[in-house]
Design a protein around this ligand. Structure first.
Ligand code: SF4
Length: 373
């Protein structure tokens, strides 16, 4: 079982870093956990340009000149949780909806026509409104029309993940939001998500179920981003050790304005975010790194080739929002409103290939699905 150290111990480790350790981490092939702490420290800030260069070289060696593009498809705004920072919190009085299968398929086909082959199915966490049966049925309906289907929904049991894998879901994201237990309790005011440990153990359940890929992440703005970065590194390393067959990804969502007017508890600048991304890339050359439309176009364009390998595009965070202009409350405001074509053009302008399809179900050994049975 993955156990996270006290958050203050992670902060202490970063505060003890020396200049010599930063230089050592920058020059090491694999800097390890001590090196990650060094690269996340304030002493590494003057070396940001060197970190960017190193991160870009590693990214190009491991991933080539490619960026995978995908779109989120929001299925439901119902949620049983009371997360203080989220527009879908059960505390917010908003019109809520869950898409019917026909509506969800319609949204998916709009995205398909726009050129997307990778879909991320997202919903609030309300199993009574949208549970495993719904996700299984929708995956079965969509699997032959898309190269890859991912989900970002409530944490599930291992056997439920295995069921969804057999139905065609290949990747699951479960973000811890914050590894700072005290802040976690402060902002998760009620609902099943208030259980820190169950959430922390979820990525291991995903991997144990045989999923091709699992995504972890921290919501930046809730606590000290440097210590969150070190916690993400520990979590990544633990998952690599125990589930070496499973692909791993990390997301770095920064808090965005949302219904409820929650103000970030810690500021995280674009420079801070860049340092975190470069540090994680140097620490783990193979991890997929997401940079979503939470960030502005200017920043996302500037980061092409420097570390992130996956960009969302043309995103709408309200259920039904692709087919309907006024679909209701969004989970949060998007920072980059460009279409898929515009994002792809920006990627190409930098000399990179936007990849709309890098996976197909035929690659999935039949035995893998049977093993998940
Ligand atoms: S962050 Fe997720 S779990 Fe929390 S209120 Fe929003 S949709 Fe629900």
């Amino acid at each position: 079982m993955f156990v996270i150290p006290e958050f203050s111990a992670l902060q202490d480790a970063i505060s003890r870093v020396t200049e010599a350790e930063v230089l050592q981490a920058l020059n090491a092939d694999l800097p390890g956990m001590a090196g990650l702490a060094a690269l996340l420290s304030p002493l590494a800030e003057p070396h940001l340009r060197a970190m960017a260069k190193r991160s870009a070289i590693i990214t190009s060696q491991r991933f080539g000149k490619t960026i995978q593009v995908y779109a989120p498809l929001y299925l439901s705004s119902y949620c049983a949780n009371r997360c203080a920072y989220c527009g879908f919190s059960a505390d917010n009085v908003i019109d809520r909806r869950v898409l019917t299968f026909a509506e969800a398929e319609n949204e998916a086909m709009i995205l398909h026509q726009r050129g997307f082959s990778h879909l991320l199915l997202v919903s609030g966490e309300a199993p009574a409104k949208l549970g495993v049966d719904y996700l299984e049925e929708l995956a079965l309906r969509l699997r032959d029309r898309f190269a890859a289907l991912s989900i970002e929904v409530q944490p599930l049991a291992t056997e439920e993940y295995a069921r969804l894998f057999r139905a065609g879901i290949t990747s699951v994201a479960v973000y811890q939001e914050t590894y700072d237990r005290a802040v976690y309790e402060q902002v998760h005011l009620g609902g099943p998500k208030a259980d820190f440990d169950y959430r922390l153990e979820s990525p291991a359940r995903v991997a144990a179920a045989g999923m091709r890929e699992v995504g972890i992440g921290a919501l930046l703005g809730l606590s000290d981003w440097r210590a969150e970065g070190l916690a993400l590194g520990l979590h990544l390393a633990w998952l690599r050790r125990h589930y070496w067959r499973t692909g791993l990804t990390v997301s770095f969502p920064r808090l965005r304005p949302a219904q409820g007017e929650f103000k970030p508890l810690h500021s995280v600048s674009e420079r801070n975010l860049s340092q975190m991304i470069f540090a994680l890339r140097i620490f783990d050359p193979d991890v997929g790194l997401y940079l979503s439309t939470r960030e502005e176009a200017r920043y996302r364009d500037g980061m092409i080739g420097l570390g992130p390998t996956r960009y969302s595009a043309g995103s709408c965070t309200a259920p039904g929002g692709y087919g309907q202009a006024d679909a209701g409350v969004e989970q949060f405001e998007v920072g980059d409103n460009r279409s898929l074509a515009e994002v792809c053009a920006a990627i190409q302008q930098k000399g990179f290939d936007p990849v709309r399809k890098d996976w197909d179900a035929v690659f999935q050994a039949k035995g893998d699905r049977q093993q998940a049975a």
